[in-house]
Ligand binder design. Structure first.
Ligand code: UD1
Length: 349
């Protein structure tokens, strides 16, 4: 256990991908809960300005190493020089579905290689606890909703999805082999929003592919009307349904996972949790929420279905509530308001 700013830390936590969207919000929550985060990020899909934004929000500098998790020697150096690492949250991964189809080797190398390096270095330095970023993409289109953790995983629809599934399997096999790790697999639904200070948020490099960054650009006049990908799905209004979760709620699930693992005693284990709100929201409803929360009108057009899209998915959060005692507390309107604040700040930078 280290010390910072004169206060006793509850543990030093390595956060790979800590400058990214979910990673940066988790760093804030770690500090607010008395942990001492150490960021490892190669800035391939994040901005160096995030580290300054974090320092402003948290009122103290945050350690950050510019490293790709594929570089095992440099990861080892971080474990040596940052002091004892009490736990790891592993966000760093490539995440663009379309790109993963074009560059499968890159995705397998980054996502599988990064995890395996990290696990070997953790073993070398005696670090046991790991929280891993998985995705509801592992369920594909489930036969019944909401999805529980017992819902069978589907054949991956993309290389990106395959990497998440294989990483889950690597961790499960490792613990089954007798390795002393305590592992939490968090299957994220659709994270949106930003920190209410608007100092950190989602920064897609290049053309955004996800709904909320596209809404923000459309509302800001940086692109034309929103294309709704199909209104002939078998849902209540014909548009696809997702479980949108405020990124700060998702961040809190990571911090709670660390505490929970520490409470579980010494036995190695792997536990999987869905992290969503338990509520399904259609694309039309998400657009309504944005308009309601921000007062900004959104022009909509109905376009063709996007290949590979899932009709509807939302989480059962019974297990995560019961076992971790965690629950999403923020509404989609708050998430849209915070995302818009972030967009406005970006425009004024
Ligand atoms: C997508 C990925 C998923 C990944 C997640 C990461 C696919 C098929 N799935 O999920 O594997 O884990 O991003 O955040 O790419 N929409 C529109 N118009 C738009 C953009 C989106 O109607 O211009 C709709 C989509 O059809 C979907 C919803 O908005 O119903 C959300 O889309 P998106 O933000 O891309 O997330 P997912 O498709 O859920």
């Amino acid at each position: 256990m280290g010390e910072f700013a004169g206060k006793q830390s509850r543990g030093r936590i390595l956060v790979t991908g800590g400058a990214g969207f979910i990673g940066s919000h988790t760093v804030v929550d770690l500090i607010e809960n008395g942990f001492d985060p150490v960021i490892v990020d190669d800035f391939s899909n994040s901005d160096r300005g995030v580290v300054e934004g974090l320092a402003e929000i948290c009122g103290r500098p945050v350690s950050c190493y510019e490293i790709n998790c594929g570089d095992r020697a440099r990861l080892q150096q971080v474990f040596e020089s940052a002091g004892p690492i009490d736990g790891v949250i592993h966000f760093a991964a490539s995440k663009a579905v379309g790109e993963s189809q074009e560059k499968p080797l890159l995705y397998y190398r980054n996502n599988l290689g990064g995890l395996m390096n990290l696990l070997e270095v953790m073993a070398e330095f005696g670090t046991r606890d790991l929280v891993f970023s998985s995705s509801c993409t592992v369920y594909g289109q489930p036969a019944s909703l909401p999805v529980t953790e017992k819902t069978p995983r589907a054949e991956p629809a993309s290389v990106y999805g395959a990497t998440k599934r294989i990483c889950e399997d690597i961790l499960t096999d490792l613990v089954a082999s007798g390795a002393p790790h305590r592992v939490t697999l968090l299957r994220y639904f659709n994270p949106i929003g930003a920190h209410p200070s608007a100092r950190i948020g989602e920064l897609p490099l290049g053309d955004p592919q996800n709904l909320v960054p596209i809404i923000l650009q459309s509302a800001a006049g940086l692109r034309g009307p929103i294309q709704i990908f199909g209104d002939d799905w078998s849902t209540r209004d014909g548009t696809c349904v997702r479980d949108y979760i405020h990124v700060l709620d998702l961040a809190a699930a990571h911090v709670r996972s660390l505490d929970w693992m520490a409470e579980q005693g010494e036995d190695p284990r792997v536990e999987v949790f869905n992290v969503g709100t338990g509520r399904g929201t259609s694309v039309d409803e998400a657009l309504d929420a944005f308009e309601r929360a921000t007062g900004q009108p959104i022009a909509r057009e109905v376009g063709p279905r996007r290949p590979g899209d899932i009709e509807q998915i939302y989480a059962s959060c019974d297990k995560v509530e019961r076992v971790l005692g965690w629950k999403a507390t923020r509404t989609i309107d708050e998430a849209m308001r915070d995302a818009w604040r972030w967009q406005e700040r970006l425009a004024n930078r």
